[in-house]
Design a protein around this ligand. Sequence first.
Ligand code: 13P
Ligand code: SF4
Length: 341
Amino acid sequence: MTVQEIYSNLKNRLRDVVPEPELRIKSEIAYEINRLKAERNAVILGHNYMEPALYYSIPDFVGDSLELSRKAAQTDKDIIVFCGVRFMAETAKILNPEKTVLLPAEKAGCSLAASITAEDVRSLKAQFPGAPVVTYVNTYADVKAESDICCTSGNAAAVVRSLDSDVVIFLPDEYLAGNVAAETGKKIVFPRKDAAELEKPFQIIGWQGRCEVHERFTVEDIANVRKQFPDVVVLAHPECSPEVVEASDFSGSTTAMERYVRESKSPRYLLLTECSMGDNVAAANPDKEMLRLCTIRCPHMNQITLEDTLEALRETQYVIEVPEQVRVRAAKAVERMIAIG
Ligand code: 13P
Ligand code: SF4
């Protein structure tokens, strides 16, 4: 596509979201990224939280963590540029040891991934011998390496159901684990919180990590919006608290939320997730209104810009490395996850 074609495409979709002069500049950067991407035989994977001009111009594939892991597993390109956060780029590297994986912003982390260490997992395994460890993909490679199977928000309940075990350890998101427990009818305990009274029987052992974005949405937020817009359909990511999920009309991964809006006929939605995703869904559904609480942003996802992605391809930065002995063990857990729908 020429610069003009990229610009027209972005203008068509984003005229109500991104100011016109910004669209012109971003189209030029996107053109250069796409040129370099072809020259360097690279693929660009973009998470649903990417800012709208990036989301609609440079990724070969967009999606949620599960879809992007699958795309990373299938690519035959030499370089994978991951427009997302570090744990996602690491997952791509785990699946593609021979390829160069680039993360455009070095500091794009995640509060969930930072909430648990490999040593924490080893100590839980010692405390609950024999219980399989399910690890949310929002973790670093050394934590995945201690796990039996990974999951994403797109298949967490299916992964737990797939395990033939009375008790599972589910790490590290307290709220996702609580939502999976509610969905599967299992009782959850938290050893750090309930240590003195781990009253049996329980079926899920959780951890108290939280997403710094989704933990901030409240039942009161929903009630306030419903009061103002009684017809609103509320969609909550499963990293929101079980109370918020319970007060919502639908909960699912970022792609499940996007699909829900696309396939339903209601005129108005409240998306309880990263605000950029609301912009992207609004742009794809111009006949529907997307309400969002934009004071709550993911500082990690927001690090990824078109400018940094261009630099990443020009300078081959920032290269993601995973020690081979960690990668081999983590790959088993990620591959088992990918096999579950
Ligand atoms: P999804 O897998 O639903 O895209 O979620 C990833 C994430 O980081 C949500 O905050
Ligand atoms: Fe991590 Fe939350 Fe940001 Fe997703 S939104 S990357 S879970 S901090």
